[in-house]
Write a protein that binds this ligand. Structure first.
Ligand SMILES: O=C(O)Cc1cc(O)ccc1O
Ligand SMILES: [Fe+2]
Length: 455
């Protein structure tokens, strides 16, 4: 069942709809009428345009937002390289190993840092300088980012999947509360700060270097189903007022894979009103309207796609975000769990809560906070226990994945993975423990026990 809608509080109010043209003002009479850039904007504000696509992108893809703010964001000191002293799991440590093996990692250890400083690059492909590819991170932190810090990525859009602990995102366009079971997308360039609303925050993030996420086509499903557009929520405008010059703020920028910071003497969260279709948004995964077979066979997991970031080739995604929600399984005379599989795409999986129906739990199993990578053509599928159970289970309706929520980032790219992610977390016995125990069950029919060629 979808969780009850949040009680809107002053700081969490939302505008509903995916890729809509929204407008929002935290003070009345701020947005200009009939033009975007008046000679003297209301209340002494400055006008700033934020482009999320090239000016000339087709209308169907064009994304931009007009901001009306207390100071233009260009008022800052110069950006300097950010070199934290001891942080080995730094966001920049992206040296990739390319491995054909199936990989599983345990949950990230609880760090003492904040969201930004705890981001560990785990897997990825491509190059932000060429605006191609993606990186996948895991984070685990116990502190809020300082109130004087903000972060933006010039490299791409951040899709964040909390696994443990709620996040309070302050963004230039307003606030978002994001709890485990919900996701948030913060597009390229938008400044944000992550506050931890619980003692531990842990989760996953995907940084998309090219294009933006969109809803998948529904084809013959029709005009509703999967993630419905109206369930995506954008923040309403809210602003801080701290411009007397007495406080130093730090804006962290991820640019060409490196982290920089710049100081400024005023808050970056000073947008009083905005209008446009380039904004951060959240989505509650329990609102996903799951579609599946009602007759036979396990349907391709693309049926569970929440958001997709297409490549230039139709139907082939740079990144699909796919969930495996609790659902009824009713297929008859069907092996119901995911089949054994070799894929030309890469599959990165994570577990938000509960169990995933194709992998057993247990100390070394696929537990919440774990991750796995089944790279291009790496064989994978149900583990021995799952396969045995599913081969003999009664052919009757069954609720699968109850209490569980697994997800997958699927990419057409071959993904590297980092040595940093391995430290203390790589499950070396993963392949043997999961799939090493399959017995040979093959038996020739009695009349064919001698092969003709052997006779
Ligand atoms: O379990 C996996 O690894 C992912 C997966 C899901 C599915 O529904 C079908 C095939 C598949 O590989
Ligand atoms: Fe697969």
């Amino acid at each position: 069942m979808p969780s009850a809608p949040l009680q809107p509080s002053e700081s969490y109010q939302y505008l509903n709809g995916f890729n809509c043209y929204h407008e929002s003002e935290a003070m009345p009479d701020t947005l200009p009428l009939g033009r975007n850039s008046p000679q003297r904007p209301a209340h002494g504000l400055y006008t700033e345009k934020l482009s999320g696509t090239s000016f000339t992108a087709p209308r169907s893809e064009n994304q931009q937002t007009w901001l009306y703010r207390i100071l233009p964001s260009v008022k800052h000191e110069s950006f300097e390289p950010y070199l934290p002293s001891e942080d080995v799991h730094h966001i920049e440590n992206c040296h990739m190993l390319y491995r054909p093996n199936q990989l599983r990692w345990g949950p990230t250890a609880i760090g003492e840092s904040d969201w930004l400083h705890s981001l560990v690059p785990v897997a990825g492909a491509g190059d932000p300088k060429l605006k191609s590819g993606l990186y996948i991170y895991m984070y685990s932190a116990s502190k809020s980012m300082p109130e004087t810090d903000a972060f933006y990525s010039a490299d791409g859009d951040f899709l964040i999947v909390p696994q443990e602990g709620a996040l309070d995102l302050t963004t230039e366009l307003g606030n978002l509360l994001v709890r485990p079971g919900e996701i948030v997308v913060v597009p390229r360039g938008i400044r944000f700060r992550v506050a931890a609303l619980d003692e531990l925050i842990r989760g996953y993030a995907l940084e998309l270097f090219q294009g933006h996420f969109q809803l998948p086509e529904l084809g013959p499903i029709g005009s509703n189903g999967l993630a419905n557009a109206r369930d995506f929520q954008a923040p309403v405008a809210r602003f801080d007022e701290d411009h007397d010059g007495s406080t130093t703020y730090q804006v962290f920028a991820k640019f060409a894979g490196e982290l920089y910071f710049a100081e400024q003497d005023h808050t970056p969260f000073d947008v009083v009103a905005w209008h446009g279709n380039y904004y951060p948004y959240k989505y509650d995964l329990s609102r996903f309207c799951t579609i599946n077979t009602v007759s036979y066979d396990h349907i391709d997991p693309s049926i569970f796609t929440v958001l997709t970031a297409p490549s230039d080739h139709p139907g082939t995604a740079i990144a699909d975000f796919v969930v495996f929600p609790p659902r009824w399984a009713v297929a008859e005379n069907t092996f119901r769990p995911p089949w054994f599989h070799r894929n030309c795409m890469s599959e990165f999986m994570g577990l938000i809560r509960g169990r995933y129906d194709a992998r057993k739990g247990g100390a070394n199993g696929f537990m919440p906070g774990c991750a796995s990578l089944h790279n291009v053509m790496a064989p994978h599928g149900p583990d021995v226990e799952t396969e045995q159970a599913a081969s003999w289970t009664l052919d009757q309706p069954e609720k699968v994945g109850e209490g569980g929520l697994a997800f997958m980032f699927e990419s057409c790219l071959m993904l590297g993975s980092t040595y940093n992610a391995d430290i203390g977390r790589l499950r070396k016995e993963y392949v043997k423990e999961s799939w090493g125990g399959f017995p040979v069950r093959f038996k020739r029919p009695r009349q064919m026990q001698t092969h003709p060629r052997e006779a």
